[in-house]
Design a protein around this ligand. Sequence first.
Ligand code: BEZ
Length: 188
Amino acid sequence: MSANTVEANRNRFRFDDQAAVWLFGYGSLIFKADFPYIERRGAAITGWSRRFWQGSHDHRGTLEAPGRVVTLIESAGSDCKGMAYLVSPEVFEQLDFREKNGYLRFCTDMTFDDCTQARGLVYIATPDNSAFLGPASESEIARQIAAAAGPSGPNADYLLHLAESLRHLGDHDAHVFEIETQLRLALA
Ligand code: BEZ
């Protein structure tokens, strides 16, 4: 699948009669909400794990030196914590463009911090997209992140922001925190 998903996403969902839709964010959407939203709540989705397995040559890297950003990998029984935003459907056009490098919208159930639930959308970069890099050890991932930067800034800033945001949410994401440890060593 081509990494540019703008057209695919436009045809994926019809919002017809919906005035507002919940969007679950697990990566940069947690710390960079540069879109209008009606409401924001801590939330989690079940059956997925966050992994730095997606390549980024448009935001946090270049074609010559791609960075790594997060996607979700199916993982039975795992919870992924993040931030849910209630947005008007028009916001997805803006987000489709921002996250055009391989991310498709999927439907998901989400559980808010107060244990109530809602159905909404989440962006996931699946292994069949051409920018997908897949697994590597946390230290290899940290080395790649340390060396990458793109139009949105250093890849290291993305990782450090995400780790800090997850601490604020009370999440302990072992994968992210181990990369953070390794990255701090690589940058020292
Ligand atoms: C997110 O934070 O949910 C997200 C991350 C990368 C691409 C799209 C969405």
